[in-house]
Every structure is written in structure tokens, then in C-alpha cells.
Design a protein around this ligand. Structure first.
Ligand SMILES: CC(C)(COP(=O)(O)OP(=O)(O)OC[C@H]1O[C@@H](n2cnc3c(N)ncnc32)[C@H](O)[C@@H]1OP(=O)(O)O)[C@@H](O)C(=O)NCCC(=O)NCCS
Length: 179
């Protein structure tokens, strides 16, 4: 597939209704909901209402991450709070299962999402939050070209304790000039 949504080992496509049951399972896993800050539990009915809102939304898009070799849906990426005046958006990403992580799919999906956001949607800045003290996540975002812009102290409550979150940002510049 010759598409802006095609990466080296994955491609992105719009999340479909058939993906919802799988996504429901993934988002109820602690290693996903805690890192993404998802409020659980949510019902399938609530998820269906969320999906209907998503289909109409102009400020949010969720894309399925699919492995090119077998079309398996292995995670999701999203852009939300898309602000067309200031041309920024927040991103999130997960590769669902431990056995599919650490194989380059997440980095590839993030690269494709950045290309789509900057070159197709013409956004200028993307940002996200992560655990502040997770060295793997720090490497993941730094390798993709994000800069750590600050720390939100005791911003979220996980596992019975308040935890710091890092804020990451990436801006689209060409020859040092904002685009
Ligand atoms: C973070 C995540 C998207 C990375 O995707 P991936 O396919 O595993 O990443 P890649 O194989 O492209 O790159 C591996 C790098 O990801 C980082 N990483 C972070 N958490 C990881 C995990 N649980 N397993 C493997 N790699 C992880 C490391 O920097 C690793 O590089 P290293 O080998 O030098 O340590 C994925 O691990 C994930 O979904 N984790 C849970 C949800 C999450 O943390 N989302 C981000 C919220 S801020």
C-alpha cells in the first residue's frame, strides 16, 4: 500500500466498530489504562456511545495499528483536542500485548502518526503525557524527536499513590523556522 498511513512494519487505519470488543479488553488491562490514564470500568454501551461521538468528531481521531504482515490489529493511536486555530493536538499510543511490544511496532506507529499529523492534517505541534520516571518511555519519546517540556507533580493517582507525569512535545520546524 502506497499511503501516508503505511509504515515499515505497520499501517494505520480508522478504528472500526468491529475493533471495539478487542479495544475494550485492552483498555481494561492495568498496564494500558494506568499508562494512558483511562478511567475504568466502562461498559460496552458506554464504549458504543463514545464510538458514535468519535465518528462525528472533528477534534478527535482514533486509528488502529495493524501489523502489515498479517493485518493483525495490535494497538491504537489517537489524536485528540485537535485545535485547528493553534494547530496542535494531543496524541496517545499503545501496543496492546506484552508479546507484541519491543519489536519496533510502537516506534513505527508513532513515526507514521507524526507524518500524518504534520504532513496531512497540517498540524504544527503535538504533545502527550507519560510516566515521569519510566526510562523506557523516556527513550521511546526522545528517539522519536520529542522534547521533555516539564513535569506535572503528583498529577495522577495510580496504585494508591500520586505520581509525577512528564509532558512531551514535538513541533514541526523546517530549517529552524516554524511551519
Ligand atoms: C510504549 C509503547 C507504545 C512502545 O511500543 P513498542 O512497540 O513496545 O516500542 P518499540 O518496540 O518501537 O520500541 C521499544 C522501546 O519502547 C520503550 N518501551 C516502553 N515501554 C515498553 C514496554 N513495556 N515494552 C517494550 N518497550 C517499551 C523502550 O524505550 C523500548 O526501547 P528499548 O528497547 O531501548 O528499551 C508500548 O510499550 C506500550 O504500549 N506500552 C503500554 C502503554 C504506554 O505506555 N503507552 C504510552 C503512554 S505515554
Amino acid at each position: 500500500m502506497d499511503s501516508i498511513l503505511q509504515g515499515e512494519c505497520i499501517y494505520l487505519r480508522r478504528l472500526e466498530r468491529d475493533d471495539l470488543a478487542r479495544t475494550w479488553e485492552w483498555l481494561h488491562r492495568p498496564d494500558v489504562y494506568e499508562r494512558l490514564g483511562v478511567n475504568i470500568p466502562f461498559s460496552h454501551t458506554q464504549q458504543e456511545a463514545w464510538f458514535q461521538g468519535l465518528e462525528q468528531s472533528r477534534d478527535k481521531i482514533v486509528l488502529a495499528v495493524c501489523r502489515t504482515e498479517d493485518d493483525a490489529h495490535i494497538g491504537n493511536v489517537s489524536l485528540d483536542s485537535i485545535d485547528l486555530r493553534h494547530r496542535n493536538a494531543r496524541l496517545s499510543i499503545f501496543i496492546a500485548l506484552e508479546e507484541t511490544r519491543g519489536k519496533g511496532h510502537g516506534s513505527d506507529a508513532l513515526r507514521v502518526l507524526l507524518r500524518y499529523a504534520f504532513e496531512f492534517l497540517n498540524l504544527h505541534r503535538l504533545w502527550c503525557k507519560s510516566d515521569a520516571d519510566d526510562p523506557g518511555i523516556v527513550r521511546f519519546y526522545e528517539r522519536a524527536g520529542f522534547q521533555r517540556e516539564g513535569t506535572l507533580r503528583e498529577h495522577e493517582f495510580h496504585g494508591g499513590a500520586y505520581v509525577d507525569k512528564a509532558v512531551w512535545g514535538i513541533v514541526r520546524h523546517r530549517n529552524g523556522v516554524p511551519e
